[in-house]
Design a protein around this ligand. Structure first.
Ligand code: 7PJ
Length: 256
């Protein structure tokens, strides 16, 4: 899964059309690089990032969804807003990736009648404050318990389990130790919950903490992280660097 950010900091200040142009060229590059799923996001959820109003998120994301409609690759939308989920479903997307695990009022209803895949991610608190002082007694138990509860909420609303993916939410209200404990518990979570695993650790602080590298020098560390995630049972890895990750995974698979 390649990350396609459609946020003002991801393009030069050429306005709305430049943003769309930039996003489409980035998507085309990811396709040449061997991406399977393009994850389109219109709001930065980095710790401390401000929320984006609905209208603005729709303005950023919808044109990209329509432009990529027939690109031949699966399209995912990274959003927690039910209104955008509805529009994305109408635009024919293949996955809704919700960092808020479909807890917003109306989120489950927005996706229930569709047949797209749904990624349920664990997040402690909310993006603005989640990294303030995350505390767990047993992080793997608690995250697994949360995901179990959300799977229950979705399936009891009539959503087929085969549509679901789980994600421990690396960096979303977790210390470095919490993140690695969760990474190592991947297979255990898949076995307990019976739902496949998506892992997103590309360029995150858990990579920086181990390598001592700033965000722009985390490529090699992120490749190590992607392989580790797959080794621990991830079926999808969400990454910035598609070409390099595809090569790493090809060699990994050849060696299995
Ligand atoms: C994740 C995400 C993740 C899923 C972001 C970033 C922050 N969606 N959206 N999992 N992270 N499912 O990429 O650094 O880990 S935004």
């Amino acid at each position: 899964m390649g990350i396609l950010n459609v946020t003002p900091d991801s393009f030069s200040d050429g306005g709305q059309f430049a943003a769309l142009d930039f996003a489409i060229s980035h998507a085309e590059q990811m396709i040449r690089d061997g991406v399977d799923i393009i994850d389109v996001g219109g709001e930065s959820t980095r710790p401390g990032a401000p929320a984006v109003p609905l209208e603005e998120e729709l303005r950023r994301v919808l044109p990209v969804l329509f432009a990529l409609r027939d690109c031949g690759k699966a399209i995912s939308v990274d959003t927690y807003k039910p209104e955008l989920m509805r529009e994305a479903v109408l635009a024919g997307v293949d996955m809704i990736n919700d960092i808020n695990a479909f807890r917003a009022p109306g989120a489950i209803e927005a996706v229930r009648e569709s047949d797209c895949a749904l990624c349920i991610m664990h997040m402690l608190d909310k993006p603005a404050t989640m990294q303030d002082k995350p505390v767990y007694t047993d992080v793997v138990r608690e995250v697994t318990g949360f995901l179990h509860e959300r799977i229950g909420a979705l399936t009891s609303a009539g959503i087929d389990r085969s549509r679901l993916w789980i994600d421990p939410g690396f960096g979303f209200g977790k210390t470095v130790e919490h993140n690695y404990a969760l990474l190592k518990a991947g297979r255990q979570m898949v076995a307990e919950l019976g739902v496949p695993l998506l892992a997103g650790l590309s360029r995150k602080s858990m990579i920086g903490a181990v390598t001592g590298k700033p965000v722009e020098q985390r490529l090699a560390g992120s490749l190590g992280g992607a392989l580790a995630a797959v080794a621990h049972g991830a079926g999808i890895v969400r990454v910035h660097d598609v070409a390099e990750t595809v090569d790493a995974l090809k060699v990994w698979q050849a060696a299995q």
